[in-house]
Ligand binder design. Structure first.
Ligand SMILES: NC(=O)c1ccc[n+]([C@@H]2O[C@H](COP(=O)([O-])OP(=O)(O)OC[C@H]3O[C@@H](n4cnc5c(N)ncnc54)[C@H](OP(=O)(O)O)[C@@H]3O)[C@@H](O)[C@H]2O)c1
Length: 339
Protein backbone atom coordinates (compact mmCIF):
# COMPACT_ATOMS: atom_id res chain seq x y z
CA UNK A 1 0.00 0.00 0.00
CA UNK A 2 0.94 3.67 -0.35
CA UNK A 3 1.80 4.10 3.32
CA UNK A 4 0.59 7.40 4.86
CA UNK A 5 1.02 5.96 8.34
CA UNK A 6 4.83 6.07 8.46
CA UNK A 7 7.11 9.01 7.62
CA UNK A 8 10.89 8.39 7.64
CA UNK A 9 10.35 5.17 9.60
CA UNK A 10 8.28 6.79 12.41
CA UNK A 11 4.47 6.77 12.75
CA UNK A 12 2.89 9.92 11.34
CA UNK A 13 0.29 11.63 13.50
CA UNK A 14 -3.19 12.96 12.78
CA UNK A 15 -5.41 15.47 14.48
CA UNK A 16 -8.51 14.07 16.22
CA UNK A 17 -11.23 15.31 18.56
CA UNK A 18 -11.11 12.88 21.47
CA UNK A 19 -12.95 12.22 24.73
CA UNK A 20 -11.38 10.30 27.63
CA UNK A 21 -14.32 10.45 30.05
CA UNK A 22 -18.11 10.62 29.71
CA UNK A 23 -19.71 14.03 29.98
CA UNK A 24 -20.89 17.15 28.21
CA UNK A 25 -19.30 18.38 24.95
CA UNK A 26 -16.76 20.21 27.17
CA UNK A 27 -14.87 16.91 27.63
CA UNK A 28 -13.91 16.86 23.93
CA UNK A 29 -10.33 17.90 23.24
CA UNK A 30 -7.84 18.08 20.37
CA UNK A 31 -5.28 15.24 20.40
CA UNK A 32 -2.65 14.01 17.95
CA UNK A 33 -2.69 10.23 17.56
CA UNK A 34 -0.72 7.91 15.27
CA UNK A 35 -2.36 7.48 11.87
CA UNK A 36 -3.82 3.94 11.98
CA UNK A 37 -2.30 1.24 9.81
CA UNK A 38 -4.89 -0.75 7.83
CA UNK A 39 -5.17 -4.49 8.40
CA UNK A 40 -5.16 -6.76 5.34
CA UNK A 41 -8.95 -6.46 4.99
CA UNK A 42 -9.10 -2.68 5.56
CA UNK A 43 -8.59 0.56 3.69
CA UNK A 44 -7.04 3.74 5.10
CA UNK A 45 -9.22 6.79 4.47
CA UNK A 46 -8.24 10.47 4.56
CA UNK A 47 -11.48 11.85 6.00
CA UNK A 48 -13.10 14.87 4.32
CA UNK A 49 -16.32 15.05 6.32
CA UNK A 50 -18.09 13.26 9.17
CA UNK A 51 -21.24 13.96 11.20
CA UNK A 52 -22.36 14.44 14.76
CA UNK A 53 -25.52 12.41 15.27
CA UNK A 54 -27.64 11.17 18.15
CA UNK A 55 -25.59 7.97 18.40
CA UNK A 56 -22.45 10.08 18.98
CA UNK A 57 -24.35 12.08 21.64
CA UNK A 58 -25.31 8.90 23.50
CA UNK A 59 -21.71 7.64 23.44
CA UNK A 60 -20.32 11.03 24.55
CA UNK A 61 -22.46 11.14 27.68
CA UNK A 62 -22.63 7.38 28.22
CA UNK A 63 -26.42 7.74 28.42
CA UNK A 64 -28.81 6.00 28.51
CA UNK A 65 -26.76 3.63 30.70
CA UNK A 66 -27.36 0.69 28.37
CA UNK A 67 -25.00 2.47 25.92
CA UNK A 68 -22.09 1.70 28.28
CA UNK A 69 -22.31 -2.02 27.54
CA UNK A 70 -21.05 -1.00 24.09
CA UNK A 71 -19.03 2.15 24.76
CA UNK A 72 -17.22 1.06 27.97
CA UNK A 73 -18.63 0.68 31.49
CA UNK A 74 -16.67 3.39 33.37
CA UNK A 75 -14.81 5.24 30.60
CA UNK A 76 -14.99 5.29 26.81
CA UNK A 77 -13.20 2.37 25.16
CA UNK A 78 -12.60 4.29 21.93
CA UNK A 79 -11.64 7.98 22.23
CA UNK A 80 -12.76 9.25 18.82
CA UNK A 81 -16.45 9.54 17.93
CA UNK A 82 -17.98 9.95 14.46
CA UNK A 83 -19.59 6.77 13.14
CA UNK A 84 -20.16 7.97 9.56
CA UNK A 85 -17.80 9.76 7.23
CA UNK A 86 -16.67 10.29 3.68
CA UNK A 87 -13.15 10.58 2.34
CA UNK A 88 -10.47 9.47 -0.07
CA UNK A 89 -8.77 6.08 0.06
CA UNK A 90 -5.05 6.58 0.66
CA UNK A 91 -4.07 3.03 1.61
CA UNK A 92 -5.36 -0.44 0.73
CA UNK A 93 -4.70 -3.64 2.72
CA UNK A 94 -3.42 -6.67 0.80
CA UNK A 95 -6.81 -8.42 0.94
CA UNK A 96 -9.06 -5.34 0.69
CA UNK A 97 -10.49 -6.17 -2.72
CA UNK A 98 -12.78 -3.82 -4.62
CA UNK A 99 -11.23 -0.48 -3.59
CA UNK A 100 -8.30 1.53 -4.97
CA UNK A 101 -6.23 4.48 -3.85
CA UNK A 102 -7.79 7.80 -4.87
CA UNK A 103 -11.42 6.59 -4.75
CA UNK A 104 -13.97 8.60 -2.78
CA UNK A 105 -15.97 6.47 -0.36
CA UNK A 106 -18.59 6.92 2.34
CA UNK A 107 -18.89 4.59 5.32
CA UNK A 108 -20.56 3.81 8.64
CA UNK A 109 -18.37 2.28 11.33
CA UNK A 110 -20.07 1.09 14.51
CA UNK A 111 -18.71 0.73 18.03
CA UNK A 112 -17.25 -2.72 17.27
CA UNK A 113 -14.67 -0.84 15.21
CA UNK A 114 -14.42 2.18 17.53
CA UNK A 115 -16.12 4.82 15.35
CA UNK A 116 -13.25 7.25 14.49
CA UNK A 117 -14.77 9.76 12.05
CA UNK A 118 -13.81 12.91 14.00
CA UNK A 119 -10.22 12.57 12.83
CA UNK A 120 -8.08 13.25 9.78
CA UNK A 121 -7.69 9.53 8.99
CA UNK A 122 -9.38 6.26 9.86
CA UNK A 123 -9.34 2.64 8.75
CA UNK A 124 -12.41 0.77 7.57
CA UNK A 125 -12.97 -2.95 6.88
CA UNK A 126 -14.15 -3.39 3.30
CA UNK A 127 -16.76 -5.96 4.38
CA UNK A 128 -18.48 -3.25 6.47
CA UNK A 129 -20.86 -0.47 5.43
CA UNK A 130 -18.70 1.22 2.81
CA UNK A 131 -19.37 2.18 -0.82
CA UNK A 132 -18.08 4.53 -3.48
CA UNK A 133 -19.59 8.03 -3.54
CA UNK A 134 -21.75 8.64 -6.63
CA UNK A 135 -20.64 11.58 -8.83
CA UNK A 136 -23.89 13.48 -8.24
CA UNK A 137 -23.47 13.57 -4.44
CA UNK A 138 -21.46 16.16 -2.49
CA UNK A 139 -19.03 15.41 0.34
CA UNK A 140 -21.40 16.64 3.05
CA UNK A 141 -24.35 14.61 1.79
CA UNK A 142 -22.23 11.47 1.37
CA UNK A 143 -20.92 11.83 4.93
CA UNK A 144 -24.46 11.87 6.31
CA UNK A 145 -25.92 9.14 4.12
CA UNK A 146 -25.79 6.12 6.40
CA UNK A 147 -26.53 6.56 10.11
CA UNK A 148 -30.10 7.79 9.88
CA UNK A 149 -30.85 5.85 6.70
CA UNK A 150 -29.68 2.49 8.03
CA UNK A 151 -32.08 2.83 10.97
CA UNK A 152 -34.83 3.89 8.57
CA UNK A 153 -34.18 0.90 6.29
CA UNK A 154 -34.46 -1.58 9.14
CA UNK A 155 -37.68 -0.10 10.44
CA UNK A 156 -39.15 -0.10 6.92
CA UNK A 157 -38.20 -3.75 6.40
CA UNK A 158 -39.41 -4.83 9.83
CA UNK A 159 -42.83 -3.29 9.16
CA UNK A 160 -42.94 -4.79 5.66
CA UNK A 161 -43.99 -1.46 4.12
CA UNK A 162 -45.27 -1.79 0.54
CA UNK A 163 -46.80 0.55 -2.05
CA UNK A 164 -50.23 -0.41 -0.67
CA UNK A 165 -49.55 1.07 2.75
CA UNK A 166 -50.35 4.40 4.29
CA UNK A 167 -47.62 5.52 6.73
CA UNK A 168 -47.43 8.35 9.26
CA UNK A 169 -43.91 9.54 10.17
CA UNK A 170 -43.58 11.70 13.27
CA UNK A 171 -40.31 13.68 13.25
CA UNK A 172 -39.83 13.53 9.49
CA UNK A 173 -37.22 16.28 9.91
CA UNK A 174 -34.66 14.18 11.82
CA UNK A 175 -31.84 12.15 10.26
CA UNK A 176 -33.90 8.95 10.55
CA UNK A 177 -37.24 10.58 9.68
CA UNK A 178 -36.03 12.44 6.59
CA UNK A 179 -34.34 9.29 5.26
CA UNK A 180 -37.45 7.21 6.06
CA UNK A 181 -39.71 9.69 4.26
CA UNK A 182 -37.68 9.47 1.05
CA UNK A 183 -37.18 5.69 1.19
CA UNK A 184 -40.86 5.01 1.90
CA UNK A 185 -41.95 7.33 -0.92
CA UNK A 186 -39.52 5.45 -3.18
CA UNK A 187 -41.38 2.23 -2.31
CA UNK A 188 -44.59 3.95 -3.40
CA UNK A 189 -46.46 4.08 -0.09
CA UNK A 190 -48.56 7.11 0.90
CA UNK A 191 -46.82 9.23 3.57
CA UNK A 192 -48.20 11.71 6.05
CA UNK A 193 -45.30 13.53 7.73
CA UNK A 194 -45.34 15.45 11.00
CA UNK A 195 -43.03 18.44 11.62
CA UNK A 196 -42.97 22.02 12.95
CA UNK A 197 -44.40 25.00 11.02
CA UNK A 198 -40.99 26.20 9.82
CA UNK A 199 -40.18 22.85 8.16
CA UNK A 200 -43.45 22.16 6.35
CA UNK A 201 -42.08 23.19 2.93
CA UNK A 202 -38.82 21.20 3.36
CA UNK A 203 -40.80 18.09 4.21
CA UNK A 204 -43.22 18.61 1.33
CA UNK A 205 -40.21 18.93 -1.00
CA UNK A 206 -38.92 15.56 0.25
CA UNK A 207 -42.12 14.00 -1.11
CA UNK A 208 -44.65 13.86 1.73
CA UNK A 209 -48.23 13.47 0.44
CA UNK A 210 -49.60 15.30 3.45
CA UNK A 211 -47.87 17.35 6.15
CA UNK A 212 -49.16 17.82 9.70
CA UNK A 213 -47.78 20.85 11.56
CA UNK A 214 -47.55 19.66 15.17
CA UNK A 215 -47.55 23.22 16.45
CA UNK A 216 -51.13 23.52 15.17
CA UNK A 217 -52.47 19.96 15.11
CA UNK A 218 -51.97 16.87 17.25
CA UNK A 219 -51.47 13.92 14.88
CA UNK A 220 -52.81 11.48 17.47
CA UNK A 221 -56.20 13.23 17.13
CA UNK A 222 -56.46 12.82 13.32
CA UNK A 223 -59.55 11.06 12.03
CA UNK A 224 -57.50 9.38 9.27
CA UNK A 225 -55.93 6.02 10.15
CA UNK A 226 -52.64 4.46 9.03
CA UNK A 227 -51.15 1.01 8.45
CA UNK A 228 -47.92 2.12 10.12
CA UNK A 229 -47.11 4.90 12.58
CA UNK A 230 -43.35 5.42 12.68
CA UNK A 231 -42.28 7.84 15.40
CA UNK A 232 -38.77 8.64 14.16
CA UNK A 233 -38.08 11.01 17.09
CA UNK A 234 -39.70 8.95 19.82
CA UNK A 235 -42.05 11.66 21.12
CA UNK A 236 -45.23 9.56 21.31
CA UNK A 237 -46.28 6.31 22.93
CA UNK A 238 -47.91 3.28 21.39
CA UNK A 239 -51.04 3.89 23.50
CA UNK A 240 -51.43 7.49 22.27
CA UNK A 241 -51.25 6.31 18.64
CA UNK A 242 -53.80 3.43 18.80
CA UNK A 243 -56.64 5.64 17.54
CA UNK A 244 -54.76 6.54 14.33
CA UNK A 245 -53.73 2.93 13.60
CA UNK A 246 -55.83 0.73 11.36
CA UNK A 247 -56.76 -2.71 12.62
CA UNK A 248 -53.66 -4.88 12.34
CA UNK A 249 -51.51 -1.73 12.03
CA UNK A 250 -48.00 -1.30 13.43
CA UNK A 251 -46.48 1.26 15.83
CA UNK A 252 -42.69 1.74 15.85
CA UNK A 253 -40.55 4.27 17.72
CA UNK A 254 -36.82 5.02 17.67
CA UNK A 255 -36.83 5.63 21.43
CA UNK A 256 -37.25 3.19 24.31
CA UNK A 257 -40.30 5.14 25.56
CA UNK A 258 -40.83 6.97 28.90
CA UNK A 259 -40.92 3.66 30.85
CA UNK A 260 -38.55 1.77 28.47
CA UNK A 261 -41.76 0.03 27.39
CA UNK A 262 -41.22 -0.07 23.62
CA UNK A 263 -38.89 -3.13 23.48
CA UNK A 264 -41.19 -4.95 25.96
CA UNK A 265 -44.30 -4.16 23.92
CA UNK A 266 -42.51 -5.49 20.84
CA UNK A 267 -41.74 -8.77 22.67
CA UNK A 268 -45.36 -9.11 23.84
CA UNK A 269 -46.55 -8.35 20.32
CA UNK A 270 -44.27 -11.07 18.91
CA UNK A 271 -45.45 -13.60 21.53
CA UNK A 272 -49.05 -12.83 20.55
CA UNK A 273 -48.14 -13.42 16.92
CA UNK A 274 -49.10 -9.94 15.74
CA UNK A 275 -47.15 -6.88 14.63
CA UNK A 276 -48.85 -4.16 16.66
CA UNK A 277 -45.53 -2.95 18.14
CA UNK A 278 -42.07 -3.34 16.65
CA UNK A 279 -38.68 -2.33 18.00
CA UNK A 280 -36.25 -3.43 15.29
CA UNK A 281 -32.50 -3.65 15.97
CA UNK A 282 -30.47 -2.52 12.98
CA UNK A 283 -27.64 -4.41 11.35
CA UNK A 284 -24.72 -2.83 9.52
CA UNK A 285 -24.70 -4.50 6.13
CA UNK A 286 -22.35 -3.79 3.26
CA UNK A 287 -25.20 -4.36 0.80
CA UNK A 288 -27.19 -1.56 2.46
CA UNK A 289 -24.36 0.92 1.83
CA UNK A 290 -24.45 -0.15 -1.82
CA UNK A 291 -28.25 0.07 -1.90
CA UNK A 292 -28.19 3.60 -0.43
CA UNK A 293 -25.46 4.60 -2.91
CA UNK A 294 -27.75 3.45 -5.74
CA UNK A 295 -30.71 5.37 -4.24
CA UNK A 296 -28.56 8.52 -4.08
CA UNK A 297 -27.36 8.00 -7.63
CA UNK A 298 -30.92 7.71 -8.91
CA UNK A 299 -32.02 10.74 -6.87
CA UNK A 300 -34.48 8.69 -4.80
CA UNK A 301 -32.59 9.54 -1.60
CA UNK A 302 -30.52 12.62 -0.77
CA UNK A 303 -29.53 13.20 2.86
CA UNK A 304 -30.78 16.45 4.35
CA UNK A 305 -27.88 18.60 5.59
CA UNK A 306 -28.38 21.27 8.24
CA UNK A 307 -25.28 23.01 9.69
CA UNK A 308 -21.63 22.39 8.81
CA UNK A 309 -18.90 22.78 11.46
CA UNK A 310 -15.10 22.48 11.31
CA UNK A 311 -13.25 19.73 13.23
CA UNK A 312 -12.18 22.24 15.92
CA UNK A 313 -15.85 23.14 16.43
CA UNK A 314 -17.05 19.58 17.17
CA UNK A 315 -18.11 20.51 20.72
CA UNK A 316 -20.44 23.22 19.31
CA UNK A 317 -21.84 20.67 16.86
CA UNK A 318 -22.63 18.32 19.77
CA UNK A 319 -24.31 21.16 21.68
CA UNK A 320 -26.54 21.84 18.68
CA UNK A 321 -27.39 18.17 18.04
CA UNK A 322 -28.19 17.70 21.74
CA UNK A 323 -31.00 20.28 21.39
CA UNK A 324 -32.90 17.53 19.51
CA UNK A 325 -33.87 20.14 16.91
CA UNK A 326 -31.42 19.60 14.06
CA UNK A 327 -32.86 19.44 10.57
CA UNK A 328 -31.61 16.15 9.11
CA UNK A 329 -27.86 15.94 9.61
CA UNK A 330 -25.03 17.99 11.12
CA UNK A 331 -21.74 17.70 9.25
CA UNK A 332 -18.13 18.12 10.37
CA UNK A 333 -15.85 19.35 7.60
CA UNK A 334 -12.37 17.89 7.98
CA UNK A 335 -9.65 19.36 5.84
CA UNK A 336 -6.55 21.33 6.73
CA UNK A 337 -7.22 22.61 10.22
CA UNK A 338 -5.34 25.44 11.90
CA UNK A 339 -3.04 24.40 14.76
N1 LIG B 1 -32.87 3.28 18.43
C1 LIG B 1 -31.59 3.71 18.31
O1 LIG B 1 -30.63 2.96 18.43
C2 LIG B 1 -31.35 5.14 17.95
C3 LIG B 1 -30.18 5.50 17.29
C4 LIG B 1 -30.02 6.82 16.92
C5 LIG B 1 -30.99 7.72 17.26
N2 LIG B 1 -32.07 7.32 17.98
C6 LIG B 1 -33.11 8.23 18.38
O2 LIG B 1 -33.85 8.53 17.23
C7 LIG B 1 -34.38 9.82 17.37
C8 LIG B 1 -34.17 10.57 16.08
O3 LIG B 1 -32.84 10.90 15.86
P1 LIG B 1 -32.47 11.78 14.59
O4 LIG B 1 -31.02 11.96 14.60
O5 LIG B 1 -33.14 11.22 13.42
O6 LIG B 1 -33.15 13.17 14.78
P2 LIG B 1 -33.23 14.21 15.97
O7 LIG B 1 -32.07 15.04 16.12
O8 LIG B 1 -33.58 13.58 17.22
O9 LIG B 1 -34.53 14.98 15.49
C9 LIG B 1 -34.49 16.28 15.14
C10 LIG B 1 -35.86 16.70 14.61
O10 LIG B 1 -36.90 16.25 15.48
C11 LIG B 1 -37.99 17.13 15.30
N3 LIG B 1 -38.78 17.24 16.53
C12 LIG B 1 -38.38 17.72 17.71
N4 LIG B 1 -39.41 17.68 18.59
C13 LIG B 1 -40.46 17.12 17.93
C14 LIG B 1 -41.79 16.79 18.30
N5 LIG B 1 -42.25 17.01 19.54
N6 LIG B 1 -42.59 16.24 17.39
C15 LIG B 1 -42.16 16.00 16.14
N7 LIG B 1 -40.90 16.30 15.72
C16 LIG B 1 -40.07 16.85 16.62
C17 LIG B 1 -37.35 18.48 14.95
O11 LIG B 1 -37.99 18.99 13.79
P3 LIG B 1 -39.11 20.13 13.89
O12 LIG B 1 -38.41 21.40 14.23
O13 LIG B 1 -39.74 20.11 12.55
O14 LIG B 1 -39.98 19.66 14.99
C18 LIG B 1 -35.92 18.17 14.56
O15 LIG B 1 -35.62 18.61 13.24
C19 LIG B 1 -33.73 10.44 18.59
O16 LIG B 1 -34.67 10.42 19.63
C20 LIG B 1 -32.57 9.54 18.89
O17 LIG B 1 -32.25 9.48 20.25
C21 LIG B 1 -32.29 6.05 18.28
Amino acid sequence: MDDQSVVNGTPAHMKVMAYRKYGSPDVLQVEYLPIPVPEDNEVLIRIQASTVNRTDCGFLRGKPWIVRFFSGLFAPKAPVLGCEFTGEIVGVGTKAAGFSIGERVFAFKDDDYGFGGHAEFTVMPVAGMIAKVPDNVGIEQAASALEGAHYALHYIRAAGITDQHSVLINGATGAIGSAALQLIKDIGARVTAVCATEHVEVIRALGADKVVDYKRDDFTKLTETFDVVFDAVGKSTSGQCRSVLREGGTYMSTELGPYCQNPLLAIVSKLRGNRSDLFPLPQNLNEDAVLLRDKMQSGAYLPLVDKIYQLDEVADAFRYVETGMKLGNVVISIGDQPG
